[in-house]
Design a protein around this ligand. Sequence first.
Ligand SMILES: C[S@@+](CC[C@H](N)C(=O)[O-])C[C@H]1O[C@@H](n2cnc3c(N)ncnc32)[C@H](O)[C@@H]1O
Length: 292
Amino acid sequence: MNKTLSEWLHLRENTDAQARSMSLTKSVASKLSSDQPVHILDLATGTGSNIRHLIEHLPTRQQWLVTDKDQQLLAELPTQTERWCQTQGYKFQRTKFGYVILGTHLECHIETQTLNLSNLDSAKLFHGHHLVTASALLDLVSASWLRTLINHCHAVGAAILFTITYNGSVSCSPAEHEDEQILKLFNLHQQTDKGLGGRAEGPNAITCAIDCFSEVGYQVQRESSNWTLGTKDQEIQRQLITGWGKAVKEIAPETTSMIKSWETRRLAHVDANRSKIIVGHDDIAALPTEKT
Ligand SMILES: C[S@@+](CC[C@H](N)C(=O)[O-])C[C@H]1O[C@@H](n2cnc3c(N)ncnc32)[C@H](O)[C@@H]1O
């Protein structure tokens, strides 16, 4: 793993939480039965941000299976979650099978599994889950991967909540004349192979997912979950700008000097407290059609 990814996930957790659509979360939660513990599968969990966000909105007895290919990111989950529990007044315990979070009206078991999700051939992972969720994952996956995922979810009748999927739109102010060209190249980079089934859908992931859901008869809802970054978000803006620059240099090395100049001006706007950036994201929730 890279420490950088861990730091990036930590940096964005709050921004993600503020951007997420609460109405979609509530809509999915309202369809989950409270009669039995709700079984949730979180794909590409990282350090657990999606769990910490959802815990308080889902039925109170929860059984999570959380997966990521990066063992070290998963190893950070207990420390970060224990710290979060302290702020929320919950007890956090390690158990033989993972972790448990206990509150007056909350009992949430978490099992972690290091797993490369590059192919989803095995249906076993999905068995028994009422909700399949992922945060900041969908734009990294290919259309065929997405179709396989949705077929697995459909086979077990799971509800789905995919949040914070990048949708290809970015607006920066003050504007710089290279912004549009850089965004175009960055979006091309987002469509290279990220190791999840081939060429990633990138900015087209939401449309692709909606098509796949319709094919199997899911009811889909979509809401925007844009990041709106202002002067209090200097560090995340800096990381975004340098991250975009790095990606564009990879895909179009001939632009290196142009990127350097653009980055210098963009970072200067951040340092001078005048930079605002909106990054387009969408959340989608999908519910299996009720059988009559
Ligand atoms: C942008 S991060 C999102 C992490 C987390 N869901 C969050 O919102 O903080 C993408 C995650 O996908 C994981 N990932 C990427 N490729 C994967 C693969 N082939 N199998 C499993 N996990 C993968 C990374 O390790 C990383 O944790």
